[in-house]
Design a binder for this molecule. Sequence first.
Ligand SMILES: *Cc1c(COP(=O)(O)O)cnc(C)c1O
Length: 485
Amino acid sequence: MKEPLGATGLMLNEPLLWEKGKKGRCAFSLPRRDVEPRPLDRELTGEGPDFPDLSEVDIVRHYTRLSQWNFGVDTGMYPLGSCTMKYNPKTNEKQASLPGFTGAHPLLPADLCQGALRMMFELEQYLAEITGMDAITLQPAAGAHGELCGMLLIHAYHKSKGSQRSKIIVPDTAHGTNPASAALFGYRPVPVTSNEQGMLSPEAVAELMDEDTAGIMVTNPNTLGLFEENIREIAEIVHSKGGLVYCDGANVNAVMGIVKMGETGVDVMQLNLHKTFSTPHGGGGPGSGPVCVNKHLEPFLPVPRVVEENGKYALSENYPESIGKLQAFHGSFGVMIKAYSYICSMGPENLKKASQLAVLNANYVKEKLKGTLHLPYDRPCMHECVFSDKDQAADNVTTLDMAKRLMDYGFHPPTIYFPLVVHGAIMVEPTETESKENIDQFIEAFKAIAREAGQSADLLHGAPKNCKVKRLDEVTAARKPCLAG
Ligand SMILES: *Cc1c(COP(=O)(O)O)cnc(C)c1O
């Protein structure tokens, strides 16, 4: 293979600022004082904090070096399955930083922020078009927050029908946040096992569905990267008992312009703007998890809602059945602008193409690596594919060893040990933004690692070798975290 990407070269060590400082150093120079010193400052503030004395160059190099230890989508491929760590065009950041948007106070009267309201209104319309749903709230701050909003909406719907239901069906291929959100709300998640093809079967759902079950939460495409083909039939079964279908649509980047989830029987779903719609994420946000609903759930959406009349936009609280407010002000406004800008700059054809390329790239990785890594579900995948470490078990090499070694080759590891339905899972999501050359290099790196596994397990147990931080003692790190630095 070509020279691996990973190298240490001029990656420099850097101590803490306190170890680096030297008494009397200063990062700026001022003209000599021409007045007598007064004890005022000390009297007012007491002893100053124990900050190190540093020169300007000390400070600049400190933070620059630390930034070079970082790895992000702008550095290299980041194939973290289920997270959609794709490259986001910088133009969308630029629109989000326009002074008219960044300077707009969320309490401005509607007359003074027509542009901002119109942007939100049109974004809702675009998302409704993409999902085939009828109405949207932009309030939730993230995917899981959207799920919680969905549970509140489902509850409000049942309540309006005079019924109280206590359970919700959650397949084993759902994202981990699904049962958590259901339980946080107060529903009891009832697990259902997917079949040997990684699919949810209508029979299994029919067996569990009853009139005390509020509905089902389906991640589609599911966490195996597979499209739930029986979703329509499942929706019919759930509806026939008065339940509702929640779709975790965090992975809509696999189906934009191809499947309208509203047409598959889904009643409510969330999107993750920070995955599919051009907001870089990781490290804590901000995110945005709009919730899309069918007509019959619309009355319950959070308030305030953006409304339009004769070309004038306003915020309305006039929804008596609303579940109320979910967020301070209107949600993550900056993330909405990026999504709006992304959708406008792509247009319908290119959004569809983005999904097609995401699916093509994942299937390419799957086909190229399936002789190297065990592929538990050998069928066409969506935007991600899931392998396991079964074939390396005889060499005493695990998923963790291979993931760590991948860093020596210059790649961020894929998602590992998730989904739980696959033992030793390796979940790769290349995304639509990686070129064939980059993906080929990733594939070659994995093949080289599999060869190494056959030759020297020790090499892999000691990985990563080239990284700034070596193999961490994860158990001690979790049990006795050292938070003092
Ligand atoms: C990422 C993800 C979530 C959670 O989204 P957050 O924004 O992290 O709360 C939920 N479901 C699926 C399928 C996801 O990929």
